[in-house]
Design a protein around this ligand. Structure first.
Ligand SMILES: [Ca+2]
Length: 141
C-alpha cells in the first residue's frame, strides 16, 4: 500500500582528480555551485532551496573514476519525480562529467487520493464500528 521513494544518483567522474563545481537544475531552477567534493549536507541544503524539490535525503560515496556519487532519496509522497539535470561546465579536470540517473522510480501510495481508496477506508471504519457495537452488546448480555 505504501508508496516507494524515488532514488536518483548524481555521479561526477573524470580521467583525473577533479576540482571546481557543478550545478543541479530542477523545473528550471538551478542550485548554487556545488563544489566537486560537496558534503551530502551541502547538496541537501542547496536542493532544499529549489521550490520544486521536495524533502530529499542525500548520502555520498566515492568510486574509482575520480569522483563521487551522491544518492538522493526523495520524499515518499512525490511519486515519480522528474530526473534532475546536471551541468558540468564548472567542473575542472580532463573528461569531467556529471551524470544523473534514476536508481528507483517513485510511486505514490496505492489508492492515494482515489475515490476507490476513500470507499475502502469508509468500509473499514463502518466495519470496525459494527464490530465495536456488537462487542458492546454481547458483553452487556
Ligand atoms: Ca523519476
Amino acid at each position: 500500500m505504501l508508496g516507494q521513494t524515488e532514488v536518483q544518483t548524481v555521479k561526477t567522474s573524470g580521467n583525473e582528480e577533479l576540482s571546481g563545481a557543478f550545478t543541479l537544475t530542477s523545473d528550471g531552477q538551478t542550485t548554487a555551485p556545488l563544489p566537486f567534493d560537496a558534503s551530502p549536507f551541502f547538496v541537501e541544503q542547496a536542493l532544499g532551496r529549489l521550490y520544486a524539490v521536495p524533502n530529499v535525503d542525500v548520502t555520498r560515496t566515492t568510486h574509482a573514476d575520480h569522483g563521487f556519487t551522491w544518492t538522493l532519496t526523495f520524499d515518499r509522497a512525490v511519486g515519480n519525480f522528474p530526473v534532475i539535470l546536471a551541468n558540468a561546465n564548472g567542473l575542472i579536470g580532463s573528461g569531467a562529467a556529471v551524470d544523473v540517473a534514476e536508481l528507483r522510480m517513485g510511486t505514490v501510495p496505492a489508492h492515494y487520493g482515489s475515490a476507490e481508496g476513500t470507499l475502502i477506508i469508509s468500509f473499514y471504519i463502518l466495519l470496525s464500528l459494527f464490530s465495536a457495537l456488537y462487542s458492546a452488546l454481547y458483553s452487556a448480555l
